[in-house]
Design a protein around this ligand. Structure first.
Ligand code: ZN
Ligand code: ZN
Length: 140
């Protein structure tokens, strides 16, 4: 277990995340919501226990935007109210787990890719770089 530090673009918000070795590669999400929220073709994430994320400076000031996922359950997106950097998302269907934006942890930014999800919404020009699922991986 290693602790990684993250901060938003403007520096108002800081956090740390404790990750297991097998959580240090990125899961690429190609869903259409991620395109809107990031302005890019995909986002880079890991699913972590809520207890593994510690909000530091500015954590209390985070704003939440809520949308409804494919399951019909709410997804709360927590972002810096100043620069709009998304720190983490809480898909309520996942219970006490968070979707952490791994690309915002500089020490592991250049790590490899563990998997790709929502492959059905991938751009035609994107190459496959890891095992790709149509939507989410099947339940274990
Ligand atoms: Zn900020
Ligand atoms: Zn997505």
């Amino acid at each position: 277990m290693t602790t990684y530090e993250g901060s938003c673009l403007c520096g108002q918000t800081e956090w740390t995340a404790k990750l297991e070795k097998d959580q240090t590669e990125h899961v690429l999400c190609h869903c259409d919501t991620c395109k809107y929220l990031s302005g890019g073709a995909f986002t880079m994430n890991q699913i972590i226990p809520a207890s593994a994320l510690k909000l530091g400076k500015g954590g209390d000031a985070l704003k939440a935007y809520t949308y409804y996922g494919e399951s019909g359950k709410p997804v709360h997106c927590y972002y810096c109210p100043n620069c709009t950097t998304h720190v983490y998302h809480h898909q309520t269907i996942l219970g006490d787990k968070y979707i952490l934006r791994t690309v915002l942890l500089p020490k592991l930014r250049n790590n490899g890719v563990a998997a790709e999800i929502f492959g059905k919404a991938k751009m035609s020009w994107e190459k496959e770089v890891a095992t790709t699922f149509e939507t989410m991986p099947p339940e274990e």
